[in-house]
Design a protein around this ligand. Sequence first.
Ligand SMILES: Nc1ncnc2c1ncn2[C@@H]1O[C@H](COP(=O)(O)OP(=O)(O)OP(=O)(O)O)[C@@H](O)[C@H]1O
Ligand SMILES: [Mg+2]
Length: 286
Amino acid sequence: MSRNVVVRTIDLTKVYRTFWGKTHVRALDKVNLEVYEGEIFALLGPNGSGKTTTMKLLLGIMFPTKGKVEVFGKSPRDVEIKKDIGFMPEESYLYRFLNADETLTFYANLMGLDRTERKRRIDEVLETVGLTEARRRRTREYSKGMSRRIGMAQVLLKDPKLVILDEPTIGLDPMGAREIKDVTLELKRRGKTVILSSHLLADVQDICDRIAILHRGNLVTTDSVENLLTIEDTWEIVVRNLREDTRRRVEQVIREGGGELQSIGHPRESLESLFLKTIKEKDIRG
Ligand SMILES: Nc1ncnc2c1ncn2[C@@H]1O[C@H](COP(=O)(O)OP(=O)(O)OP(=O)(O)O)[C@@H](O)[C@H]1O
Ligand SMILES: [Mg+2]
């Protein structure tokens, strides 16, 4: 299956020079990436590994030192493609005295949307990020998770085809992070391509199709989450209501077949799902 390439980097290299030009920081070194249409792609790496630098180069707000970037087959500085790219920076600033409606109206006016179009788009993006009910509350009362969602709503106003989110879940609790992840999945469902960055694998593994791991500006690996995390030579069988004697027989059969039994026991819930479940139950009980 041939897939449309939305973003391609070729030997992308960025060297920052400090003010006096004495020291150089090689923030990216010959990075080759491809991002396909309709996928959620994660740039994963520790602090300073080059995630934000990559995004700034994709957005055309900075020049590569060497190498090339193509977005929708064009240079990111091409005005024609600007309207198709939405970007949410690591920190977005809100006018604390405005409510969600007013905030989005402000941005929609900057974009020059007419009244009817403006109303339609604002209703739509508030629905997408799940803030319809909170639209008349001032943004200064918003939790961090809600603030991040209004940031996403701003990005979505112009209905971009490619959405770039820099550390969208940073500083959020598991519930806030889950909400952002759900909005991200919703974007994918609507056919958008999403590139996001994170330094936590746990924060991206359940929503991303493919991941690139960066370390000190080098691309360590890029592959599907499935390929990266599947342990090919090991099998897992999960059974409910297994009788003790049957279990012993299964173990016996495995040994007779030459298999090496590595572990047998009760599966564990992830701490994240336990946390979310506990909080939800508490919410229901009040
Ligand atoms: N404007 C700049 N001038 C000089 N060096 C810079 C500049 N911006 C980034 N760097 C350096 O480039 C490297 C990569 O930085 P970048 O911000 O891309 O990393 P990151 O992966 O986004 O990190 P974080 O997780 O902290 O956001 C770091 O060593 C950083 O110090
Ligand atoms: Mg960064």
